[in-house]
Every structure is written in structure tokens, then in C-alpha cells.
Design a binder for this molecule. Structure first.
Ligand code: PRP
Ligand code: ADE
Length: 171
């Protein structure tokens, strides 16, 4: 796992001064590290009978689709405002660098389905907390939260207590 961690690039002052951005692009574009990351996250969630994987736009989509294929699940898109064509539920939340909103189709998840929520990076936890709230619109079972990487110094995990949470690496 050290090679996965080492390939993530630090970009200071992006997207705002004072933010140290963890750029996962090098991990994605390398065929060995991308494959290794997907296999390792999938292994953490094998045999959990997951029906759908909810991926968070944009980088979360890359992991959600690959993991869903690997685990035999469907994919649900959680998107930035105004992108989804059908009726939506919406939520506004605080980000490490501003506020944002997310939306989901009102028929995205069926009653009783097992849902895994996936994103690339856990920072303050604001995004994932909002997505958990968004999923309260459905009578679904949130199996857990899967991340590639956690920025532990931002204590995002504290906002997500009560849910099974996995990450491949911690900064
Ligand atoms: O834990 P938090 O503090 O909420 O931050 C984590 C979120 O921030 C990033 O998304 P971003 O909004 O930068 O979108 P992107 O994937 O479209 O680049 C990342 O992909 C997570 O979704
Ligand atoms: N510092 C950071 N690096 C990468 N993705 C992020 N999402 C929120 N904060 C981030």
C-alpha cells in the first residue's frame, strides 16, 4: 500500500491558499496503482451483498463505477446541482474550501437496498455527512463508507461515527 500512498501528489495552495491538495491523478493514470487500489477497496467490501454503490461527483465516480463492476453492484450518481435530469432530492453542505450542494434522483435507491457510499478523499467529512443525510430520503440500508484516502488531521471521521468506514491510506 506504500506505493499507492507515495504516488499521490501534494499540490500546495489548491484550490485556495492554505489548502494542501492531495492529487490522486497520478494513481489513477497508472495501470498498476489504479488496479491495485480498486482490488484492495473491493476486498474490504466483498461478501456484503451490496446492491448499489453511490459515487460522489467527480472523483468519487471513478471509484464507484470500477468497484460496482467488481462487486456486481449498480451505480448511483450523487451530482453537483443542476446536472441530473429527473426529479431530485438536494442538500447543501460545508466543504474544506467553501459550500456546495449535491443532488440525487428520487428513484435512485429502492426500499431495503444495501448501499455503499464511495469517495476518493475524506477531508472534513462534510461531503460524506451530507450524502448520508441525502440518503435518509430512502428507506435504504447504508452498509458503509469507502474512501481511498483519509486526511486524518481534519478529523472528518468524527462526523461519520456510527458507520463502518474504510480507507486504504491515511495522511
Ligand atoms: O471531506 P470533505 O471536506 O467534505 O472533502 C472531501 C470532498 O472534497 C473533494 O471533492 P470536490 O468537491 O473537490 O470535488 P471533485 O471530486 O469534483 O474534484 C473530494 O472528492 C470529496 O468529495
Ligand atoms: N486537501 C484535499 N485534497 C484532496 N481532496 C480534497 N477534498 C477536500 N479536501 C481535499
Amino acid at each position: 500500500m506504500e506505493n499507492l500512498k507515495n504516488i499521490i501528489r501534494d499540490v500546495p495552495d489548491f484550490p485556495k491558499p492554505g489548502i494542501l491538495f492531495k492529487d490522486i491523478a497520478p494513481l489513477l493514470q497508472n495501470k498498476e496503482t489504479f488496479h491495485q487500489a480498486i482490488d484492495a477497496i473491493a476486498a474490504q467490501w466483498a461478501n456484503q451483498h451490496i446492491d448499489v454503490i453511490a459515487g460522489i461527483e467527480a472523483r468519487g465516480f471513478l471509484f464507484a463505477a470500477a468497484l460496482a463492476y467488481k462487486l456486481g453492484a449498480g451505480v448511483v450518481m450523487i451530482r453537483k446541482p443542476g446536472k441530473l435530469p429527473y426529479k431530485t432530492y438536494s442538500i447543501t453542505y460545508q466543504l474544506e474550501y467553501g459550500t456546495d450542494s449535491l443532488e440525487i434522483h428520487q428513484d435512485a435507491v429502492a426500499s431495503g437496498q444495501n448501499v455503499l457510499i464511495v469517495d476518493d478523499v475524506l477531508a472534513t467529512g462534510g461531503t460524506m455527512k451530507a450524502v448520508i443525510e441525502l440518503l435518509q430520503n430512502f428507506n435504504a440500508n447504508i452498509c458503509g463508507l469507502a474512501f481511498l484516502a483519509e486526511l486524518a488531521f481534519l478529523n472528518g471521521r468524527e462526523k461519520l461515527s456510527g458507520h463502518k468506514l474504510t480507507t486504504l491510506m491515511t495522511f
